[in-house]
Design a protein around this ligand. Structure first.
Ligand code: HXC
Length: 259
């Protein structure tokens, strides 16, 4: 990552890694360069055992208003095919550390897709979720038609994707798209609080729990349950399982080590 660049801001607080999107003038439009830096930062955190949970935040006004339209406006199909920019989004899916999106304001197009690629979404009451690509003559291209449909169901996803309607934070909560809604003063603090809470849990079980939940989106029920059973058994190889169960029996707080 270029240390001079300020397209994103990166820091750690205890076991929590925080990445903040930082293109305020264009509502955090996700340029190709920003996405490269973001993905590298997420991968770096993922390789760092000290980082147990990642928070991905925008600003109060915008999580992100979508892919940078300027990057795409004049592109031909061949340009898009050759650049294959969207392939890099797959790398976010490979990140094993849980990622919490802290969303306020506009969360649109690629921004909404980025939030949905995260594992939890803490939203401010001012958040607006939408897939307005239809107004540009395109459709979502970074998983929106799939993840939004899985999150809120076919009938509401159709309205958002075909009519470009935005959803408020409370609607998104009712529809199952967000984890929780708090005030706009509190959204980042709440995301960090939730991150610290998860970071206090046994890290290997947390990562395996994430993997198992994500399998529910890909596998049949029978395959998913078989996967779950296998990884459940495997956790009995960890010291944290012995520690967690001993601490319960001894009525003390467990000291998890990620081993
Ligand atoms: C580039 C963007 C942008 C974007 C906003 N800006 N969204 N620039 N790409 N996606 C810029 C504006 O051009 C403007 O720059 C500045 O940010 C502030 O935006 P305004 O429009 O002046 O603000 P406002 O009137 O409050 O309206 C906010 C808005 C609107 C409703 C969010 O900006 C908007 O509709 N943006 C586009 C949303 C969108 O269509 N997203 C989908 C993109 S396609 P200047 O220089 O004029 O001040 C996409 C495809 C995904 O995401 C494919 C996979 C990644």
């Amino acid at each position: 990552m270029n240390p001079m660049s300020e397209l994103i801001l990166v820091k750690t607080e205890g076991h929590v890694g925080l990445v903040t999107l930082n293109r305020p003038k264009v509502l955090n439009a996700l340029s190709i360069e920003l996405m490269d830096e973001l993905i590298e930062a997420l991968e770096r955190f993922d390789e760092d055992d000290e980082v147990r949970v990642i928070v991905l935040a925008g600003s109060e006004r915008a999580f992100a208003a979508g892919a940078d339209i300027g990057d795409m406006a004049e592109a031909s199909v061949l340009d898009m095919y050759r650049r294959n920019n969207l392939a890099r989004w797959n790398r976010i899916k490979q990140v094993r550390t849980p990622i919490i999106a802290a969303v306020s304001g506009f969360c649109l197009g690629g921004g909404c897709e980025l939030a949905m690629t995260c594992d939890m979404i803490v939203a401010s009451e001012s958040a607006q979720f939408g897939q307005p690509e239809i107004n540009l003559g395109i459709i979502p291209g970074a998983g929106g038609t799939q993840r939004l449909t899985k999150a809120i169901g076919k009938y509401r996803a159709m309205e958002m994707i075909l009519a470009g309607r935005f959803m408020s934070a409370s609607e998104a909560y009712d529809a199952g798209l967000v984890t929780k809604v708090v005030s706009k003063e509190q959204f980042l603090a709440e995301a960090m609080r939730l991150a610290r809470e998860i970071a206090s849990r046994p890290p290997i079980a947390v990562k395996i729990g994430k993997e198992a939940v994500l399998k529910a989106q890909e596998l049949s029920l029978t395959e998913g349950i078989e996967f779950e059973r296998r990884v459940f058994y495997s956790l009995f190889a960890t010291e944290d399982q012995k520690e967690g169960m001993s601490a319960f029996a001894e009525k003390r707080k467990a000291e998890f080590k990620g081993k």
